[in-house]
Design a binder for this molecule. Structure first.
Ligand SMILES: Cc1cc2nc3c(=O)[nH]c(=O)nc-3n(C[C@H](O)[C@H](O)[C@H](O)COP(=O)(O)OP(=O)(O)OC[C@H]3O[C@@H](n4cnc5c(N)ncnc54)[C@H](O)[C@@H]3O)c2cc1C
Length: 393
């Protein structure tokens, strides 16, 4: 068996993995970034929407921006449309081309000095005296043992790295949002708005979305909670109904299936010689299902902590815990608030959802964020949302 050695091995080259590898490499460490698929960014399992905050993590490049959006249309179960954002707000976000975006991030990692290998799958972790010491990998070159001071599990929602290393990562059906999505063309939509559709008939314990991709195309998808999915009422069944109602003439170019962890971040995503980042650490906003920017934010923190730990020669769980603590400081409270709000809204009837959406009519917001929207909803529906206010304020 081939044997190699790096300071750090990063498993998975989504946003979490590439940004961790880039950050560690910039500190002068030897880093290997591995990806099991033959092409980075493919297949896309994402609606590709992000806020302008993405610019903190990567220089904007038109090659991976499909559309700019300046607001959101929210539809209540009875079909009432409320528009948030618009001309008074600067463009609020982008719809990405993740095939190009993920490649650009891996390219940045390579530019910083990381080695990158595709079609290389981690099959297990090497452990010794209570420490993770590397990964067993399989590639076209055969099987290899790659030793490292720190292994980073950036292997997405289905992460096995954490489980192999003994970190508690299981997900209950209610912790997962199951998604189905079409990339559609010949579709009649508002090109500068993202659209969100609520209702128990549309997407129980979830929502449907339409994100413009330019040139008359859009990502049309929905997510439902794992605990309401079953024969005849799977995410794809709801999507077929949705598309039949809303876009009967549009054509499907791609079908996408995937899952999002919506349980809030792991309390502990580190062990001796191991760090989990991104979906692997459940760093996704539980109410929106958005994880790209959290993955990148956490990855920068992870890279910084790992580089210091390796340079100090202390990669113990206690040393790496700084990563968990800094993530909690950066976005822990926001995640907690979103999780509570999600659990509250999940139990609402369509009638209640209608009332809430109607209450937003005429609203102008300075920023289009979960926090701003929740605060406004509570202000406008103090009696109905008194329990939510107690939970999150
Ligand atoms: C349908 C859908 C729509 C979404 N829409 C949005 C959205 O609009 N906005 C948003 O912010 N978020 C969205 N998300 C969530 C977002 O896609 C994730 O949060 C984000 O991709 C997390 O990045 P990551 O790097 O942690 O994981 P991933 O992007 O999943 O990357 C993990 C990588 O690890 C690789 N890998 C796994 N196992 C191994 C192994 N053993 N060896 C080597 N490589 C391995 C995988 O092939 C993959 O490339 C959506 C998710 C879904 C499913």
């Amino acid at each position: 068996m081939i044997e190699e050695r790096y300071d750090v091995v990063v498993v998975g080259s989504g946003p979490a993995g590439s940004v961790t590898a880039r950050t560690v490499a910039r500190q002068g460490l030897d880093v290997l970034l591995i990806e099991r698929n033959q092409e980075i960014g493919v297949p896309v399992r994402c609606a590709e929407g992000v806020s302008k905050g993405v610019e903190q993590f990567i220089k904007l490049d038109k090659r991976w921006i499909c559309a700019e959006v300046k607001g959101a249309n929210i539809y209540s179960p009875d079909g009432t449309k409320v528009t948030l954002g618009g001309d008074m707000m600067k463009e609020v976000g982008y719809v990405l081309d993740r095939k190009q975006f993920d490649k650009a991030l891996a390219n940045d990692a390579a530019d910083a000095g990381a080695d990158v290998r595709v079609k290389t799958e981690a099959r297990g972790v090497i452990t010794d005296t209570g420490y993770v010491k590397g990964v067993y990998v399989h590639s076209m070159d055969g099987d290899a043992r790659i030793y490292a001071d720190v292994v980073v599990g950036a292997d997405g929602v289905e992460s096995r790295i954490g489980r192999w290393a003994g970190v508690c990562t299981p997900l209950k059906p209610s912790d997962i949002c199951i998604c189905a999505e079409y990339l559609m063309c010949d579709i009649d939509i508002e090109e500068e708005y993202s659209e969100f559709f609520l209702g128990n008939k549309v997407a129980p314990r979830g929502y449907a979305w339409v994100f413009p991709k330019g040139d008359g195309c859009a990502n049309v998808g929905l997510g439902i909670s794992g605990d309401v999915s079953g024969d005849g009422h799977r995410a794809i069944d709801y999507l077929k109904n949705f598309v039949h109602d809303k876009f009967p003439k549009a054509k499907v170019l791609t079908e996408i299936y995937g899952a999002v962890p919506v349980c809030g971040p792991l309390t502990k995503s580190t062990a001796n010689g191991l760090v989990l980042v991104g979906d692997a650490a459940r760093q996704v906003n539980p109410i929106t299902g958005g994880g790209i920017l959290y993955a990148m934010q956490a990855a920068e923190i992870a890279g910084d902590v790992i580089a210091k730990a390796v340079q100090e020669g202390d990669t113990s769980a206690e040393r790496l815990e700084e990563y968990d603590n800094r993530c909690r400081n950066e976005f822990g409270r926001h995640m907690e608030m979103s999780l509570k709000a999600k659990n509250f809204f999940f139990n609402m009837s369509d009638e209640d959802l209608n009332t809430l959406v109607h209450s937003l009519e005429g609203l102008t917001l300075k920023e289009l964020s979960t926090r701003a929207l929740l605060q406004e909803l509570i202000k406008r529906n103090p009696k109905r949302l008194v329990a939510l206010a107690r939970l999150i304020l």
